[in-house]
Design a protein around this ligand. Structure first.
Ligand code: PEP
Ligand code: MN
Length: 265
């Protein structure tokens, strides 16, 4: 099967097309040293994009809410040192202007997929939008959220399956692999898989990451942390460097079996 989707240019990287891209980084940017170390390691291991939360939408209001604007300089410094594009979640339309020169793509998180006011604002922005699936959104509702962006004039869309809420409580979410295969058939947009939120357990992430690639995903959005046990958010689902390195060694072999390749910088 020929693998192809509309390529979306994100800074210096391409998501979609025929190659498989890995976007990696911490759940939250916590400090210059944490983000710098993570970014340089994931780049060395083959990631072509960086992720990192600045404004966090936490279920518990007492939980770490992200460094917010305080992290803008950290991100700019690390991005220029490492030379990789950066994606981060936008939680409030009022932050769009300030984030424009920090991010190369705006991430719409699962909790905001239904925030149509935010989607309408982002539709007017000339940057790619990484649109996560709402954790209780049907496939159809996810596609309609993408339509808000298209209708408003922004078709630089990257879809991201990150797991849905089901009756199963053994895992944080149920990763919907069907949705990846279906999105590849029914939309022209690249589809990333987020096995970190999709499983909520670091020990399950590599298997689900490989499964997502086999199902046709265009790449991964994956949480990696230098010291997951002490992460300020989502440490339990973040890979440490050795585990990420092992996955990065396995992925090309799986892709080659499917006549695909990892993206190069
Ligand atoms: C994240 O990527 O860190 C995040 C908060 O994801 P989601 O919106 O899928 O929960
Ligand atoms: Mn997270």
């Amino acid at each position: 099967m020929k693998h192809n989707s509309k390529p979306v240019k994100v800074g210096s990287s391409i998501v979609g097309g025929s190659a498989f891209t890995i976007w990696a980084g911490p759940c939250s940017v916590e400090s210059l040293s944490q983000f710098r170390e993570t970014a340089s390691q994931v780049k060395k291991l083959g990631a072509t994009g960086l992720r990192g939360g600045l404004f966090k939408l936490r279920t518990d209001p007492t939980a770490f809410q992200g460094l917010g604007r305080e992290a803008f300089e950290i991100v700019k410094t690390v991005k220029s040192e490492v030379g990789l594009p950066f994606v981060s979640e936008i939680t409030d339309p009022r932050e769009i202007g300030d984030m424009l020169d920090v991010v190369d793509a705006f991430q719409v998180g699962s909790r905001n997929m239904h925030n149509y006011a935010l989607l309408k604002e982002l539709a007017g922005v000339d940057k790619p939008i990484l649109l996560k699936r709402g954790f209780s959104a049907t496939f159809k509702e996810w596609m309609l959220a993408a339509d808000y962006l298209i209708k408003g004039g922004n078709d630089q869309i990257i879809l991201c399956e990150r797991g849905i809420r089901t009756f199963e409580t053994a895992t944080r979410n149920t990763f919907d692999i069907n949705a990846i295969a279906m999105a590849k058939l029914e939309t022209p947009f690249p589809v990333l898989a987020d096995p970190s939120h999709g499983t909520g357990q670091a020990r399950l992430v590599p298997a689900v990451a490989l499964a997502a690639a086999a199902a046709g995903a265009d790449g991964l959005l994956i949480e990696v942390h230098p010291d997951p046990a002490h992460a300020l958010s989502d440490g339990y689902q973040s890979l440490d460097f050795p585990t990420f390195a092992k996955l990065m060694g396995q992925m090309p072999k799986l892709l080659h079996a499917l006549d695909r390749d990892m993206a190069a910088l």
